[in-house]
Design a protein around this ligand. Structure first.
Ligand SMILES: [Zn+2]
Length: 317
């Protein structure tokens, strides 16, 4: 991607010297470049019979969507294998709820149905956004899908002719990679950021996960003021009710009116889950920086664009 990166930096320097209107246009172009669709375009006629059938099943799922709030029907179909080697297709649709947090996406609906029947190894996943084909799975769904089939073939239906972009589920949530910087090479501001995140990790309530995580969100408000908000891992006896350090830090920022998250520093395993990335996508966009802090305080710098490629964001609705 070096060619794209240098072009994008070129746009940034041009934008700095331009009128706000031009800057806006350049920003849109920049986002467009950075959200290039994943996978290879394949015409429906060139799909295998198994793939073509799964694509039709995904459309069928979208017809059953219960989406009275978003009016954004999504369908998913997963082909999975059980312990006896039998293969079966499971169809899902998005099911919304009066409580926003209780809403489930089509992909996770199909995934949990498959697992409940003992089909825990996914081989193929087809997804379609009925209104605007081409939308990609959200971070939460990426996290769940990769648990059961990192190598599964992903068929993202990209138009009404049922042509697809073919990739793998693993490509939706790639392993972190970026620039590694030793602690001693950091500037004073970033050193303080690292120390604060480490302190937060020591406050973690982790009787169940046993994973001490801490995070700091660097955010700005509408007046351009910048502030840091810290969060720690908070486990709950109802595992689903647990709050990750990253989400706690971002929630604190937004709750205080600091809605633009520029940077998120994380202490813990060298990874950030799909759900947290989806939250960062909402408030930081593709360019938000993610800093992983290792045990020896060395850090890896990367971005949402790299960790959540071709992602689903506010502009997709
Ligand atoms: Zn989803």
């Amino acid at each position: 991607m070096p060619a794209v990166s240098s072009f994008v930096s070129g746009l940034a320097s041009q934008a700095a010297e331009s009128e706000p209107f031009t800057k806006g246009l350049l920003q849109s172009l920049r986002n467009e470049i950075m959200s290039t669709p994943l996978g290879t375009f394949v015409k429906n006629a060139d799909l295998s019979p198994v793939e073509r059938e799964l694509v039709a099943d995904a459309w069928q799922g979208a017809e059953r969507a219960f989406c009275f709030q978003s009016n954004f029907p999504v369908g998913a179909a997963i082909r999975a294998v059980n312990a006896d080697g039998q293969s079966k297709v499971f169809i899902g649709c998005n099911v919304e709820n009066d409580s926003f947090a209780a809403t489930i996406c089509a992909e996770r609906n199909a995934a949990t149905t498959a697992v409940a029947e003992g089909y825990t190894r996914f081989t193929h996943v087809a997804v379609v956004c009925k209104k605007y084909p081409g939308g990609s799975p959200c971070g939460l769904c990426r996290q769940v899908l990769r648990q059961f089939g990192c190598d599964a073939v992903l068929l993202n239906i990209c138009d009404r002719e049922s042509n697809v972009r073919r990739a793998t589920v693993g490509e939706l949530l790639p392993a972190p990679s970026g620039v590694v910087v030793p602690f001693a090479m950091l500037n004073q501001s970033d050193r303080m950021l690292v120390e604060r995140a480490l302190k937060e990790a020591n406050l973690a309530h982790i009787p169940y996960s046993k994973k001490a995580r801490g995070a700091v969100a660097c955010a700005s408000n509408s007046a351009g003021c910048k502030r840091r908000f810290a969060g720690t891992q908070i486990d709950n006896a109802s595992y689903g009710g647990s709050m990750s350090a990253e989400r706690a830090a971002m929630a604190a920022a937004v709750s205080n009116g600091f809605n633009k998250i520029d940077k998120l520093a994380v202490v813990g395993a060298n990874a950030i889950d799909g759900e947290c990335l989806q939250v960062l996508r909402e408030f930081g966009g593709l360019e938000a920086e993610v800093i992983f802090i290792g045990a020896d305080k060395s850090i890896v710098r990367t971005t949402v664009a790299k960790l959540l490629p071709d992602s689903f964001g506010p502009e997709c609705l």
